[in-house]
Design a protein around this ligand. Structure first.
Ligand code: SF4
Length: 456
């Protein structure tokens, strides 16, 4: 089975290709792989950005932050130079007159590699620079997690909801979901996560959970706002799967008013319904995680949230996650409510310290945004979920080479959202050079794989 950075469970013929494929098929034949020299500069790495290929370069004197952007040639597009097949431009400081030769040389090498591989730049764009439509594939996230979003519909409108910008792995057709679950080698995945939208709005959800359970899924997670599970008899439908089913409740405040503001829903009775559902789930002995997404309105309350949850549910909670709102969807629209990493770190640290005191697992997830270097004393509170040595978790993130070069935590860092850097810059990031990565269980960090449903 092929290895991919973000792996795909093939639902149709379309699968994503990996950066390694791009390197092997185009960049190495062009002599433009990381580490190569071009006109006295050294190539640090590459990324795809929209339909651009970005090559990061460093000068012998150490000047970095300079990138050459290559895009299949379009006559009407503005650029600094073009080759037979490519438009070339640059980004960053340090471009001097002589550097026109650098752009020309990169264009020449890309042209030659295309000819040698019988590729056109357009074909490169289609194969490597264009992501397939979201409904043509299922993606396994790093850490071998498979999210199945059984609906995009939701009965709340959280001010940070990222689903509004397009969700991967949406399976709204019940028969599609059932046939994929029937064919899935679920036991080979670390987690199958039922999410949405709000998955409990889908009546067939207990049946889908049963299918994953029967296919041998080792760990099943139901992510929910909990309101529907407060109705009599609803939670009980999941009791037969309790030994391998955990419930992740989204709860963002300790009181109804703030909770209503966070989920942008005026009905204050939803808050006590959520608490009832969690009470019940604790009584039934489900494994429970609370996820509190933090933005400016509930930041000050974050440490108090953890104390309050501990007082109410104590050891009934497996973990509490304080999640930074990733800069996507509604959170990106509500930029005035986005936090700097250092603002959230102050409050998160208080909550982590409390968790250490009482023996409650309190964590944050870098899948949401912050990289571990912004809270280096709290690495053990990060939900580390992949092995990213020299890579990032997905194309929306980056490890700025001028900061991240030589960082000893590169392997567990998924990178930083480009959008965060656009708003706040990279001044809070620091390469970690004085603390080696603690020993970790490799099994937890396996790359995801491509599973071909035809083989199962
Ligand atoms: S310095 Fe870069 S690689 Fe290291 S943890 Fe921070 S963002 Fe990640």
């Amino acid at each position: 089975m092929a290895q991919y950075d973000r792996a795909i469970l093939a639902k149709t013929q379309g699968t994503l290709v990996s950066p390694q494929d791009l390197q092997a098929e185009l960049l190495e034949p062009a002599g433009l792989q990381p580490g190569a020299a071009v006109c006295g500069r050294q190539l640090l790495g590459f990324e795809t950005e929209g339909d651009y290929l970005r090559l990061d370069l460093v000068w012998p004197a150490g000047v970095s932050g300079f990138a050459v952007l290559a895009q299949p040639r379009k006559e009407d597009a503005a650029c600094f130079a073009h080759s037979d097949q490519w438009n070339l431009s640059y980004r960053g400081e340090g471009f001097a007159k002589g550097d026109a030769e650098l752009l020309a040389e990169i264009g020449r090498r890309l042209d030659a590699a295309c000819v040698a591989r019988s590729l056109t730049a357009q074909a490169v764009r289609e194969r490597f620079l264009t992501r397939p439509a979201l409904d043509t594939y299922l993606e396994i996230s790093p850490g071998k997690k498979l999210y199945i979003r059984v609906t995009n519909h939701c009965d709340e409108a959280c001010i940070f909801c990222n689903a509004t910008e397009g969700n991967a792995n949406v399976l709204e057709s019940k028969s599609d979901a059932e046939s994929i679950l029937r064919g899935m080698p679920a036991g080979e995945l670390a987690q199958v996560i039922f999410s949405g939208g709000e998955p409990t709005l889908v009546k067939s959800l207990p049946r889908l959970v049963k299918l994953a359970y029967d296919r041998g899924a080792r760990d099943i997670i139901l992510q929910t706002n909990g309101v529907a599970l407060a109705a009599p008899g609803e939670l009980e439908k999941y009791l037969p799967f309790r030994d391998r089913l955990g419930i992740g409740f989204s709860l963002h405040a300790t009181e109804p008013g703030l909770s209503a503001a966070m989920v942008d829903h005026p009905d204050l009775s939803r808050f006590p319904a959520k608490l009832r559902a969690i009470d019940l789930a604790v009584q039934h002995g489900f494994r429970i995680k609370l996820t509190c997404v933090v933005m400016r309105p509930n930041l000050a309350q974050a440490p108090e949230f953890v104390r309050w949850a501990w007082q109410r549910w104590g050891q009934g909670l497996a973990r509490v996650q304080l999640s930074y709102a990733m800069p996507r969807g509604n959170a990106w629209l509500n930029q005035h409510l986005l936090l700097r990493f250092d603002e959230s770190a102050v409050e998160f640290a208080k909550a982590f310290d409390f968790g250490r005191e009482v023996g409650l697992r309190v964590e944050t997830s870098q899948s949401a945004c912050p990289p571990p270097c912004v809270m280096p004393d709290y690495l053990d509170h990060f939900d580390l979920y992949g092995d990213f040595a020299g890579r990032v978790a997905d194309p929306e993130r980056v490890k700025p080479p001028e900061v991240c070069g030589g960082c000893q935590w590169d392997r567990v860092c998924g990178g930083v959202w480009r959008r965060y850097l656009e708003v706040y810059g990279a001044s809070e990031l620091r390469a970690v050079t004085d603390r080696p990565l603690p020993p970790m269980h490799l099994e937890d960090f396996l790359h995801a794989e491509v599973f071909d449903l035809g083989d199962t």
